[in-house]
Design a protein around this ligand. Structure first.
Ligand SMILES: Nc1ncnc2c1ncn2[C@@H]1O[C@H](COP(=O)(O)OP(=O)(O)OP(=O)(O)O)[C@@H](O)[C@H]1O
Length: 927
């Protein structure tokens, strides 16, 4: 049998460890391999919600896919972790009858891909999956989301695995192996996968062959040839490939042919009867589908023998075989041995199933945690799945669960298995505690952003400063230049004017001189007086001219001075601008300094937080070490550790989860020690102890031990003696958990529990305390034997008294109590054990019931609707119900209730009561 890839056995291919993209034919595989969410819920696009798009990956050689080593050399395997979907089975008839009054243990939020698991009456845990299928999900959608992407990758030459895991009777075989002969819509994954495979391949060239096996009590049998009942697993030591050479391999030609093989296999499949499911499959069924395809791809151009060049060369298309293997595994039921009621041989079976499933769980843990050793050899199942799970195989896991609160333990462990398969670090259990690590990470991120922002700002400031500087220098230089130009111009002008005036004066002097000389030659000595007169006139003219010149010079000088003043002003303004730019720069520098200071402060804070974180880790280690040194020493500290450990079981033991942690707690400290602390003097210690006991009491497996060790008495005593409301709240919560068991209910009643709970309720102010008390009384209300006593001790009145707080969670518990009580009464009436009117009516509960019958909170409404239906079963209540307005509500329920079982019950109640019928006739009403 062909096998490809490495997984469980290979360190190279841890599941999801390879996130790097694989290049093939130049295309990145990473995008193709990631399974992205799609917002569309339509079935045509359903497959895209588990994967993004089909693989477009082409490998040039199948050998490269064939083994871990080959693929590793390629530089990576196929990334993508195990995809996990959860599917809820619809209620079966038995559950409809038995659990009608109890809330389902799970609530699905398919739109958020989340599942809420009810921990107890008041608490839920939330888990995220890759897909969440409600009880209404069609087989088609389940196939398209879970298996189709795997089938597509098998057709591309990969290994692919689809597995179903879950408690017996939760629908694994329905999901995977349903043939759907009468109703094609019911066809399961195996049938639909083969339809897709046959539709995609070419029957002439390609081939599909199947083996169908079962693994039962560590023996592999051939379901297609039952005499072949000890098939051995062969592992290729080099590649890690797994093959089963002894298994029958049948070639499939058409769908009919395949259905016959499945039918044959089913006929041979071993099915042992267990108490839980008469059709329960006690073996693991494994269908292996080998797909061999021929892919034509171009070989390199081959030169002709004579070495001629490409235009004379011939191009060959060589066939390439691509082999993919699809493994569909219908695992045996995962229920706990003690619950299945198995005995003798069946017990051995259950143990062997548990062994192989727990080996599978360990391998998944190891893969998820990337641990160096994957214990693949621990069971045949894990050896067989070695090359099919993780690594180069694309794997989808469907975990199937039932709705019944009675199987909460199994449902929880199935969910945890699914969560681990999604990888431990992907476990999305919501917690509401302070996470210093993430705070520190957030601060670091913020700091990084701030630093980047500062750097950006600083660069902008520097650039701005440089710009202003350059601008001012340019302005100064420009002003200097202008000033020098103006000065030069003035100087030249003055010089020119001066030279001109000198020239003029000289010319005038020369003219005067000549005139004078001429006159001297012609004028006689007698003219002395008259000549003297002319000469003095000409001197006066000269002085006048010179004066004018001087005035002109003065004006020019003034103008030049003004010009100078102007330039000086301009220079001054430039200096002012420079000063303002400098002050701007200073301001920016200051800003920068402030930012740096802020940054330093933040860094300081981070350092403090980191040191706090270190301190916390140190404290946690210290406490763990203290706990490891057994329960001796200081009580309060030990209890802190215990409380933390009980509250966070997966922290302390990721492998086996909560149960292991609680078991460890018992082992290490001892229940008696914990219980003794309920009476400790120190109030803190007492509170811690009650919390620890309450957490322990939430685990069904611990409840009997707690009661046997006197824990119930101690808790009741605390209600009696303590004034502390925290203690009341937690103790009442623990009592409510213990009150889920019939024997404990009687013990609680015998110890005056109802009176204590009633008093606690009367004194409580906190709605959470009331919720716990109401939860405890509601559980007691479901016990047929305790009805009269519960009422006479004031249980009903106490319940009704608590509605005063109006908190919807409290009202829901009250409504549940009333529904439980009414159901027990209607059972007693049917058996003739009760004749009078309902004690609920006697205690005036009817008005509240009618008032809340259509409460908008579904948790309240559903219980009240059931209570009304139960009350209506007993004819003696009919008159009160009519006068109290309950008939209208019953009619409404029979028409509008969203739950069919409740609608039917209401209709039956109406039609079986002559009083109701008469009243309806009188009112001319139909129902
Ligand atoms: N989604 C569903 N819708 C309707 N019926 C279902 C669904 N799932 C399961 N059932 C019914 O519940 C019953 C138990 O289912 P199934 O046999 O598939 O459980 P199982 O998990 O395979 O049990 P086992 O582990 O014992 O093999 C069957 O009658 C099946 O038809």
């Amino acid at each position: 049998m062909a096998a490809a890839g490495a997984a469980f056995g290979s360190n190279t291919y841890r599941n999801g460890a390879h996130r790097s993209s694989v290049k093939a034919d130049g295309k990145s595989l990473a995008a193709n391999q990631s399974f992205k969410s799609s917002s569309s819920a339509s079935s045509s696009s359903a497959s895209s919600s588990f994967k993004s798009r089909s693989l477009q990956f082409r490998k040039s050689s199948p050998a490269a896919l064939g083994g871990a080593n080959g693929a590793a050399k390629d530089g990576g395997g196929v990334p993508g972790r195990v995809r996990v979907a959860v599917r809820l089975r619809p209620r079966n008839a038995e559950e409809l009858a038995a659990d009608a009054d109890f809330a389902d243990c799970v609530e699905l939020q398919p739109e958020l891909k989340r599942l809420k698991l009810r921990k107890n009456n008041w608490d839920t845990d939330t888990y995220a999956f890759d897909e969440v299928f409600t009880e209404f999900a069609s087989q088609k959608r389940v196939y398209e989301v879970v298996a189709k992407p795997v089938v597509e990758s098998v057709l591309e030459g990969y290994n692919g695995t689809v597995m179903a895991y879950g408690q017996t009777g939760t629908g694994k075989t329905y999901t995977l192996g349903k043939l759907g002969e009468e109703d094609t819509a019911a066809r399961g994954i195996m049938v639909r996968a083969m339809e897709d495979i046959l539709g995609d391949i070419s029957l002439e060239a390609d081939s599909v062959s199947v083996s169908y096996l079962q693994l039962y009590m560590e023996t592999i049998q051939d379901l297609l040839n039952p005499s072949n009942d000890n098939i051995s697993i062969v592992e290729d030591p080099k590649t890690g490939d797994v093959s089963l050479p002894g298994a029958t391999l049948v070639e499939v030609r058409d769908q009919q042919n395949f259905l016959e093989l499945l039918r044959l296999g089913e006929a041979h499949r071993f099915a042992a009867n267990t108490k839980l499911n008469t059709e329960s499959s006690r073996s693991h069924a494994i269908l292996m589908v080998n797909v061999k395809r021929y892919v034509k791809e171009k070989d390199p151009v081959l030169p002709m023998e004579n070495g001629s060049n490409s235009h004379s060369a011939k191009t060959f298309k060589a066939p390439i075989i691509r082999k993919g293997k699809l493994v569909v595994v219908d695992l045996a039921g995962s229920e706990r041995i003690d619950k299945s009621g198995s005995e003798g041989h069946t017990l051995e079976e259950a143990k062997s199933i548990n062994l192989s499933l727990s080996a599978l769980g360990k391998c998944i843990n190891a893969l998820a945690e990337n641990s160096a050793h994957v214990p693949v050899r621990d069971s045949k199942l894990t050896r067989l799945l070695r090359d099919s799970f993780g690594g180069t195989a694309r794997t989808s896991l469907v975990i199937t669960i039932g709705p019944s609160p009675r199987h909460r333990g199994e449902t929880m462990s199935t969910i945890m298995f699914g969560q681990r398969a999604m990888k431990v670090e992907n476990m999305l259990k919501l917690k509401e505690e302070f996470d210093y690590k993430s705070l520190s990470r957030r601060l670091e991120l913020q700091l990084d952003k701030l630093i980047a922002e500062h750097e950006r700002q600083q660069k902008a400031f520097d650039d701005e400063i440089e710009r202003i500087h350059a601008e001012s220098e340019m302005q100064i230089a420009e002003t200097d230049r202008k000033y020098a130009d103006a000065l030069e111009k003035e100087r030249i002008k003055y010089q020119k004017e001066y030279m001109e005036s000198i020239k003029k004066i000289e010319e005038q002097l020369v003219g005067d001189q000549q005139k004078h000389d001429n006159d001297s030659a012609t004028v006689s000595h007698n003219d002395y007086y008259s000549n003297g007169e002319v000469s003095s006139i000409s001197a006066l003219d000269e002085v006048a001219d010179l004066k004018k010149l001087l005035e002109k010079e003065t004006i020019l000088k003034k103008a030049a001075e003004e010009e100078l003043t102007n330039h000086k002003r301009q220079l001054y303004q430039s200096k002012l601008m420079e000063a303002s730019a400098t002050s701007e720069i200073l301001k920016l520098r200051k800003l920068l300094e402030d930012e740096s200071r802020q940054k330093q402060k933040l860094e300081g804070e981070i350092a403090i937080l980191q040191s706090q974180l270190l301190q916390l880790s140190f404290d946690a280690d210290e406490r763990r070490r203290q706990l490891d040194r057994t329960g001796s020493g200081n009580d309060s500290n030990d209890l802190d550790c215990l409380t933390a450990q009980v509250k966070n079981p997966q922290l302390s033991d990721s492998e086996n989860g909560e149960k292991a942690s609680v078991a460890k707690l018992f082992e290490q400290v001892g229940l008696h020690k914990i219980l003794s602390l309920l009476e400790a003097d120190d109030a803190d210690v007492r509170i811690h102890a009650v919390k620890v006991v309450a957490n322990l009491a939430a685990e069904e497996a611990n409840q009997q031990k707690i009661v046997e060790a006197g824990g119930l008495m101690s808790l009741l005593n605390l209600l009696r003696s303590s004034d502390d409301e925290t203690i009341h709240r937690v103790a009442a919560g623990a009592i409510a958990n213990l009150a889920m068991n019939e024997t404990n209910q009687e013990l609680i009643m015998a110890q005056g529990g109802i009176r204590l709970l009633s008093t606690t309720a009367a004194n409580a102010g906190d709605p959470q305390t009331l919720r716990m008390v109401a939860g405890a009384i509601a559980n007691l209300c479901g016990n047929d034997k305790l009805q009269t006593m519960l009422r006479s001790e004031g249980g009903i009145k106490a319940l009704l008294g608590m509605v005063r707080c109006g908190h919807p969670d409290v009202l829901a518990q009250v409504a549940r109590g009333i529904a439980n009580f009414a159901k027990c009464e209607s059972r007693a009436s049917a058996q003739g054990a009760k004749t009078g009117r309902s004690l609920l009516i006697e205690d005036s509960a009817l008005p509240w019931i009618v008032q809340n019958a259509n409460n908008e909170a579904s948790a309240i409404r559903r219980h009240i609707e059931l209570a009304l239906c139960h009350l209506a079963q007993h004819e003696v209540n009919a008159k009160d119900m009519i006068s109290g307005g309950a008939l209208w509500e019953l009619v409404r329920i029979s028409r509008d209730c969203s739950r069919e079982d409740i609608r039917t019950l209401a209709r039956r109640s109406l039609s079986s009561s002559s009083t109701f019928k008469a009243e309806l006739r009188r009112l001319r009403m139909d129902y």
